[in-house]
Design a protein around this ligand. Structure first.
Ligand code: ATP
Ligand code: MG
Length: 373
């Protein structure tokens, strides 16, 4: 998949511009604070309709303006084949977001999600490894929402029921009133857990391979640690049963705490090195090891998309080599090339950072939000 055209209007500091993007991609070079990350943020917005940096939509509208708009043309085949136009706009005053595909407005965002397939690599990704369980759950939820049919629906429904159940617990409602939410919670929760577990177990091998190829040290692995004692349960029904039992066991504690203490909203993805002592990367990994593990997670995300689409996603690299040593940066690029990367859009503050194989990419410059092609 590639992005062939991009039109921007009042997105962050980017002003109004229309760009044609070369099939192999582009390297965007510019000093700090000129708008490089904003550019990638605008592109990624067309995939998930959210900021990859966790910014609220209001923050994406240029200062002093009311509306931003981003329109991109994604192509899935060679030449002019398989073009789809994705447009997103947000109005600050009315807090209204509009998304359309080929000019037809999508009533539900979920329908337009993932029409553009891109993976973004950014220095902040290290938080996927260093940060709390929430960061890794969010990563899983995004990957699965985009790639696993039905996942987003199960997750949204789970969250909705969980909110009701927690309100009932907090409000000191009767045991029966609380338990009324359980069948739905258990069903949806089990669907979420089953999909997450399946993805983690199916991906840990690739994660380990990517890690070892970049780091050239011990392999790494990822495991899903459920807050529900699963005892080997894999199928949705079996997980649902285990979840039901866990809710019963936690009944008194949940009442006391006024919240639901078990379930996928409390689950964890653990990243460890396969050394003798199974070193947990979050607690003991070096900066470089964590960054490498984060890169490996993104590479697995790209692989998941590639397997779904049968073609490579766009690769967005936001100044990612700045903090990796020379050897690791080189090996990341080798791994990416080996996977048959498609279009690459990368940013760097200095010409010298546009390294190695990427020498061949067309250079664009950016200054105060204006891109010179
Ligand atoms: P670095 O190399 O430091 O990462 P960058 O080129 O990636 O820099 P960006 O994060 O893309 O920089 O852009 C930052 C600039 O965008 C800041 O100067 C900031 O003031 C400006 N900016 C952020 N949000 C808005 C907005 N809503 N409206 C106008 N300008 C904004
Ligand atoms: Mg930046």
């Amino acid at each position: 998949m590639r992005l062939s055209a991009l039109a921007l209007r009042q997105f962050r500091n980017l002003g109004s511009q229309e760009l044609e993007i070369p099939p192999e991609g582009v390297a965007l070079v510019g000093e700090n604070a000129q708008g490089k990350s904003n550019f990638l943020e605008a592109i990624y917005y067309l995939e998930t309709f959210r900021s990859f940096r966790g910014a609220r939509d209001e923050q994406l509208v240029s200062f002093g303006q009311d509306v931003f708009r981003v329109v991109g043309t994604a192509r899935s085949g060679p030449g002019e084949n398989g073009a789809v136009e994705i447009a997103a706009a947000f109005e600050r005053r009315g807090k209204r977001k509009k998304v359309s595909i080929d000019g037809k407005e999508s009533e539900r965002l979920a329908d337009a999600l993932g029409c553009l397939a891109a993976v973004i690599f950014s220095p902040a990704d290290v938080e996927l490894v260093s940060g709390g369980p929430k960061e890794r759950r969010r990563f899983l939820d995004v990957v699965l929402s985009l790639n696993e049919p039905g996942y987003l629906g199960s997750l949204q429904e789970y969250k909705r029921i969980l909110t009701h159940r927690n309100a009932a617990l907090k409000g000191g409602e009767s045991g029966t009133a609380v338990a009324a939410w359980d069948p739905g919670l258990v069903r949806r929760g089990a669907e979420v857990v089953a999909a997450r577990k399946r993805w983690i177990e199916g991906s840990t091998g690739a994660f380990g391979d990517y890690y070892v190829r970049v780091a050239q040290e011990a392999r790494a692995k990822m495991t899903y640690r459920s807050s529900v004692p699963l005892a080997g349960a894999e199928a949705v029904d079996a997980i649902a049963e285990a979840f039901r039992d866990a809710l019963v066991d936690a009944r008194d504690r949940d009442r006391r705490l006024g919240t639901t203490s078990v379930g996928p909203h409390r689950d964890e993805v653990v990243l460890t090195l396969e050394t003798e002592d199974g070193l947990d990367l979050r607690d003991y990994g070096s900066g470089g090891q964590r960054r490498t593990a984060a890169l490996a997670l993104r590479l697995v995300e790209a692989k998941t998309i590639r397997e779904r689409l049968g073609s490579a996603p766009l690769i967005l690299l936001d100044d990612v080599f700045a903090e990796l040593d020379e050897g690791r940066s080189e090996r990341v690029l080798t791994v990416m090339d080996g996977e048959g990367t498609g279009q690459v859009l990368l940013t760097a503050p200095k010409e010298a950072d546009v390294r190695l194989r990427r020498e061949s990419l067309v250079r664009w410059r950016i200054r105060e939000g204006r891109i010179c092609t």
